[in-house]
Write a protein that binds this ligand. Sequence first.
Ligand SMILES: Cc1ncc(COP(=O)(O)O)c(C=O)c1O
Length: 399
Amino acid sequence: MALAERLTRLGTETAFTVSLAAAEWGAKGNRIYPFHLGDLDLATPSNVVAAMDRAIADGKTGYCPAAGIAPLREALAEDIGMRRGLHYAPNQVVVQPGGKPVITKFIQSVMNPGQEVLYPNPGYPIYESQIEYFGGVAKAYRYLPTATGFSIDLDQVRSLITPATCAIIYNDLQNPIGAESTDAEREAIAQLAIEHDLWVLSDEAYFEMRYSGSSKSIASLPGMQERTVILYTFSKKFAMTGWRLGAAVGPVEIADTIAKLNTNDESCTTHFVQYAGVEGIRGDQSECLAMLDVLVARRDAAVEVLQATPGITVSAPEATFYLFPDVTDAMAIVGAADLPSFAEQALHATGVSFCTRRHFGRPQPGEDRQYVRFAYSGIGIDDIRAGLGELQQWIASRQ
Ligand SMILES: Cc1ncc(COP(=O)(O)O)c(C=O)c1O
């Protein structure tokens, strides 16, 4: 007996190896400062939890429609449309068990084997995994460092498009970089999509995880709503990562296809969890907003210490809960030949645990700077100061 050949093309999130290394080091009695977790250590808002309890008590425990319960589809259509200056009808919203399933269902809906899909690298590793798993050609586009952060290499995007390209995956408010497109960059991606008649998956997992200003969606640009599927998730805004609730939002023809995939895959998203989602959208959001205050204070604390650390350059993104510092010079100071050994040395010398650029895709030719990702979503402000303080002292002591 053999396993299916296509499994050789299935990727994963290699960041779990970082959790393992941290757990092993911690099990030996060492202090760990967990900056590797892309999860939140904050509680789901109490009104959302109460709504789930009520839904269970009301017997919302059986199957429900594959595309989601009507009150949630209506609430999401209104809320997502309102925040983007667009109109969505409820039949354009298909509820999912989290944001992640939107990636696989989008790819299954728009891509034939042999077709090409462009995706960001560094980026969320599941894009590449799913494109290749379904027999497509995954074509990575890169980010270039700028004075204030990062920008997409638009020339490269342009050069990667061929007649076989069917879609581009675009993650504005980006994991792991924290980057946000300028209007001009978003418009350039949109123009390329229109010119080459491409579908767009707009991964907007962090759309509402921002500390100032307001987020913009590529779907809001002229000619884009009809070719864009938005990945929406409750995971971040409502600290609901383990509840598994999200949605695909886009043209009716794709929404219908995705609903059919739901029927085949999971029948429906957990019924009572969807009522919690309705409360999240329609109910009091004061606890969500308080979470942003906690996160921005953590960001500021982390940036302050990192900016004062020899060999580290970091910018402070206005969105997401990630920092993506350039550690090339710090690696030289401590004598680390590559990112894995830098991460290991840092863990053993200071207890600070983090993912590196390599957990977010294969490095591309010409990349000469080295980056790591610090997530400040799963670690309190005192531990941020203590852990990064240790890191700072360790690097300074090796100068
Ligand atoms: C960019 C991006 N897209 C999608 C997801 C998936 O989120 P969910 O937990 O809702 O499946 C994540 C999760 O970290 C993410 O960072």
